[in-house]
Each structure stands twice: as structure tokens, then as C-alpha cells.
Write a protein that binds this ligand. Structure first.
Ligand code: CAA
Length: 284
């Protein structure tokens, strides 16, 4: 397969902007796309802030920062990146939205382009099935915060070719990440293991076993986790946590994945964690 030089990133939110940043830092040309310019500008502001911190800390020169930013082109039109070698979709975690994007990408992108999704738990095989190139569809699951976390879970759909897997594995490594190969099952590995732990921590709050602070303290000091599970849930977004639990519950039809009623209640209340100002904790 030809070397990947140009990347289109769909979605300029928390994940998409991070992916665009690390791709541009790795020397790749990037087209950052979202449905509204306002969202793109917000993503770019985060990228600028992250790069400026690297400059301030002496890890990057001012000229290099300008060069990195210069490699990021933006557009609200999906066809702006039609000549890219890969599209990495990081839009909302909603199957219908993703299927719509992949149908369009399949029409617009050049024939040998790879179509990747940063989905945290939706089935790659089902996404691939709406395209005419299922062997070129793959999961590329980055962790949050993307610039800091080392892992990319690379998920093979049922039809993903070995050549596409290898190209994406190499791309992840070029972006400074460690790629780990995983097959397509609900939640893959990362969220199949992480989310039931978070859900269980929420059950502990629900059942009055301990306060959120105490639960987080136990996991931080007792298990050496950098963040307690409830802080992490707020950081991921409680709506995303619920969506992943629903995928596990639906996908395996096993009651061990039942989302905690308290998690549902918080999401219904609009308490989505850090991004909404309130979750298990209050943010200013
Ligand atoms: N963007 C960019 N850089 C960031 C950042 C962000 N959002 N947050 C922190 N950093 C950088 C800081 O600038 C700092 O860099 P320097 O060393 O250059 O100063 C470095 O990371 C460490 O940050 P802090 O000292 O502020 O705080 P910390 O040591 O507590 O680290 C953390 C912050 C890396 C987020 C750490 O708390 C951690 O690892 N938390 C767990 C994160 C995690 O589990 N992520 C996976 C979430 S699950 C997921 O993503 C999958 C999914 O599908 C839901």
C-alpha cells in the first residue's frame, strides 16, 4: 500500500482535534472537518493551546509550532479531503450518524483510501458493510487525551485486509503511539474492561457503599490508577459511558453489563460530567 501522507479527520471535538494534532505533529497533511466552522475553531484553539504549552516547556520551537499548524487545513465540506489517503472519523458516538458519514466517504474518497473510525465501541464490521470497500474499513481507537495517551487500539472488521491493517498499524506508530491489534467485538478490549469497572463504581455510589470521593481514593491509592473511576467517568462524559454500556449490554445480552440506573438518571438530568459542568463532581 502507498505510504499515508494525508489524513482527513472528521469531527473536531475532544478526540478529533487530538487526532489532528498528533497527525500534524507527525508531519502528515491534515484536513480537519466538522459540520460547523465554530466547532472547528474550538478544536483548533485546543490544538494551539497544547502546542503553545509544548513551546513554553521547551519541547517545541515556535517555528515548528507554526509548521504543525500550517499542516492543518480546515473545511466544513467532506469532499475537501477526498484526495486524502485515510479518513479518520471521530464524530458523535451514534451509529446512524457514523453510517451516514461512511456512505458519503465511500462515495467521495479516492478508491484506495482507507476509512477508519475512532469509535469507542460500535461494530466496525457493520460500519464497513455500508461501503463498497469493507476490506479498507478499520477501527482506530485513540484514548483521551489523545496527545498524552500512548495506545491506539486497531480493530479489524471481519473483512479488513492485512495490507490495510499493516498500513494503519504503521500510521499509529508514526503518530507516536503503540498500536495493539484487537478483533471486532462489543467494546473491543479497552472499553469492555474499563467501562464495567466504571459502571461498578457508579453502583457503589447508587447503593451507598461509599461517597464518590472515597471510591476514587480507593482506586487511586489502592490500585495506582492515575484517576479514580468516577473522575474518569466525568472526564470521558457520562453520556459516552452510558452509550458504551448499552453497546455491551445489547451486544452480549448479559446482565453483568446492565448500566447502573444512577448513570441513566445523571444522563437524563444533563449531568454529563466535566463538559456540562456537573457529573459525579461539580466543575467551574
Ligand atoms: N490534552 C493535552 N495534554 C494534556 C491533557 C489534555 N487534555 N491533559 C493533561 N495533559 C498533559 C499535561 O499538559 C501534562 O504535560 P506536561 O508533562 O508537559 O506538563 C501531562 O499531560 C500531565 O498532566 P497533569 O500533570 O496536568 O496531570 P496528570 O499527571 O494527572 O495527568 C492525565 C493527566 C494524563 C489525564 C492522567 O490523569 C491520566 O492518565 N488519566 C487517565 C486517562 C485515561 O484513563 N484515559 C483513557 C480514557 S478512556 C478512553 O479514552 C477510551 C474511550 O473510548 C472512552
Amino acid at each position: 500500500m502507498a505510504e499515508i501522507r494525508k489524513v482527513m479527520v472528521i469531527g473536531a471535538g475532544q478526540m478529533g482535534s487530538g487526532i489532528a494534532q498528533v497527525a500534524a505533529e507527525a508531519g502528515l497533511q491534515v484536513v480537519l472537518n466538522d459540520i460547523q466552522d465554530e466547532f472547528i475553531q474550538r478544536g483548533l484553539a485546543v490544538i494551539r493551546k497544547n502546542l503553545q504549552r509544548a513551546v513554553d516547556k521547551g519541547r517545541m520551537g515556535q517555528e515548528e509550532m507554526a509548521a504543525v499548524l500550517g499542516r492543518i487545513e480546515t473545511s466544513c465540506q467532506l469532499d475537501a479531503g477526498s484526495d486524502a489517503d485515510i479518513a479518520i472519523e471521530a464524530a458523535t458516538e451514534n451509529m446512524d450518524i457514523k453510517l451516514g458519514i461512511f456512505r458519503k466517504l465511500d462515495e467521495l474518497m479516492k478508491g484506495d483510501a482507507i476509512l477508519a473510525s475512532n469509535t469507542s465501541s460500535l461494530p466496525i464490521t457493520e460500519i464497513a458493510a455500508v461501503t463498497r470497500r469493507p476490506e479498507q474499513v478499520i477501527g482506530m481507537h485513540f484514548m483521551n487525551p489523545v496527545p498524552v495517551m500512548k495506545l491506539v487500539e486497531v480493530i479489524r472488521g471481519l473483512a479488513t485486509s492485512d495490507a490495510v491493517y499493516t498500513a494503519v498499524h504503521e500510521l499509529a506508530e508514526k503518530m507516536g503511539k503503540t498500536a495493539v491489534e484487537v478483533n471486532d467485538f462489543p467494546g473491543f478490549v479497552s472499553n469492555r474492561v474499563l467501562l464495567p469497572m466504571i459502571n461498578e463504581a457508579i453502583y457503589c455510589v447508587y447503593e451507598g457503599v461509599a461517597t464518590p470521593e472515597a471510591i476514587d481514593e480507593v482506586m487511586k491509592l489502592g490500585m495506582n490508577h492515575p484517576m479514580g473511576p468516577l473522575t474518569l467517568a466525568d472526564f470521558i462524559g457520562l453520556d459516552t459511558c452510558l452509550a458504551i454500556m448499552e453497546v455491551l449490554y445489547e451486544g452480549f445480552r448479559d446482565s453483568k453489563y446492565r448500566p447502573c440506573p444512577l448513570l441513566r438518571k445523571y444522563v437524563k438530568a444533563g449531568w454529563l460530567g466535566k463538559k456540562s459542568g456537573r457529573g459525579f463532581y461539580v466543575y467551574n
